[in-house]
Design a protein. Sequence first.
Length: 193
Amino acid sequence: MATARNCSTYSAGCTVQLVLHTLVLLLLPVVSAQDFDPMVICQGKPDDTTVMNPVSCQLFMICKNNYPAESGQCPDNMLFNAAMGYCDFPDNVDCGSLPRPPGIEQPSETPPEATTTTTPPVSETPGESCPAVDDPVVPMYLSVLDDCSAYVLCYHGNPLKMKCPVGLEWNRQDSMCDTPQNAKCQVDLTTGE
């Protein structure tokens, strides 16, 4: 009959058990990354489709000509929502078997059903545009003047229109999706045609 081991005190057997558990946890992302075939992930997808990077729930890729052409990372407090195609709050994201980044806990309840949305072309703030060369460490965001729930993530000089989760608006000052009270967004109707 096997006996349960109390690992609250130091013992050699517990150290071996801890090392084995650590190795298993460290190898999980490697297995996921090895199963990733970049030649298949964008097959049949229209250009500019965003898909989750199978290495991390916080990363995404942009498809061009049936291949991943660019990659990006969501802000620190967000994960890529593959069902919606944009960065979203962790409670709305199902990472499947991918590990979540440190500090982002698994949601306690099931996220709401996904819906498909189409987004109009990006309209940027006058005088603001994505720089041709951007800082890979500090993401650049732009506001969308005619849509408080949208923002633009600049990625290698390309504007990527993103949507905030339902009920939130883009907070230009803090560069994040926020409550309408904090975002204080005002739609600029003078930019319309």
